[in-house]
Design a protein around this ligand. Sequence first.
Ligand SMILES: [Zn+2]
Length: 404
Amino acid sequence: MRIDTLHRPELYARRGYGAEMTSQHQNTPSWDQIRRAPKVLLHDHLDGGLRPGTVVELARETGYRHLPETDPDKLGIWFREAADSGSLERYLETFSHTVGVMQTREALVRVAAECAEDLAEDGVVYAEVRYAPEQHLEGGLGLEEVVEAVNEGFREGERRAKVNGHRIRVGALLTAMRHAARALEIAELANRYRDQGVVGFDIAGAEAGYPPTRHLDAFEYLKRENNHFTIHAGEAFGLPSIWQALQWCGADRLGHGVRIIDDIQVLEDGSVKLGRLASYVRDKRIPLELCPSSNLQTGAADSYAGHPIGLLRRLHFRATVNTDNRLMSGTSMSREFDHLVEAFGYTLDDLQWFSVNAMKSAFIPFDERLAMINDVIKPGFAELKSEWLFQQTASTSGSAVSED
Ligand SMILES: [Zn+2]
């Protein structure tokens, strides 16, 4: 497979407008514009996004003694370095500490509230945040108490964000762990809370050895209930995992799905040939929850410029940009966008395309998605674009005066 010809950033960047129109040009959004752009996040783990200081405080309050560092800054670095090892299994190990401090109602409310606040602060207007209720029972909570605590936290975070001048809506996805045997039970839980803050279901955990078909009963149950689900597939494992998630389990979206690139051939002359599975994914507009920084850490991609998102966007797959685990990757939605702007020369139009794609793919009702697109996302980007227009007018008239 040759994908390099379509991944060369210079093919996307600058667009031949001339060297004098680079950083100020609308085609290169500034960091401030990226931060203010209305962003949509579909793939973010609650236990992967804690503030390091919160991990330290919760460990102290709950008597958790296994943290490798107790200084928030050092702990933040430790998480990133541990996650940087290049193996999905080691990456998953870092979660024993975050999950370890999320075993009480108060801890769950706090973590969820801060999650919503942090996302809103970063300019995210809609997010679906996932977590596995079965991993938060060690302190004596029941599954329903876990869901209610997290819901309470998200509502509190939305309220605090509003006070700070940000608007965000957060929905929960309930995750079942693929190595465990509680998928049907968690699917039923997701269904019970579907009109009370929970918008869908997911399975996560190490892909190798745990194909999604192990949990077929859960997916069949959700389909009978007309409910929504995504499946982590095509991250560490390739096409068979994606194929099973779609054709056996009936997933609405693919968590990652980045290995769909293995079914796409770029020929010497630049033409592209899609295999049957890649064609299906594109034809059916199956959303791909792509997570560039996370993929770099787990070895699913080797650089931002070499990340398959460049080709997938160009081929008009339903690509979305996501954070996966903000703490472990030291990232945010703005940072993910910033990396892509740097690697592919993406413009505000590209960022809007990703945001609209994500909003179209959300699990909330169609009319609400449409309202978010028309009333929040498009006007937000239009405002950013108009700023450029005024700046450009000012600088053009300025240069005309100086040339005289
Ligand atoms: Zn994930």
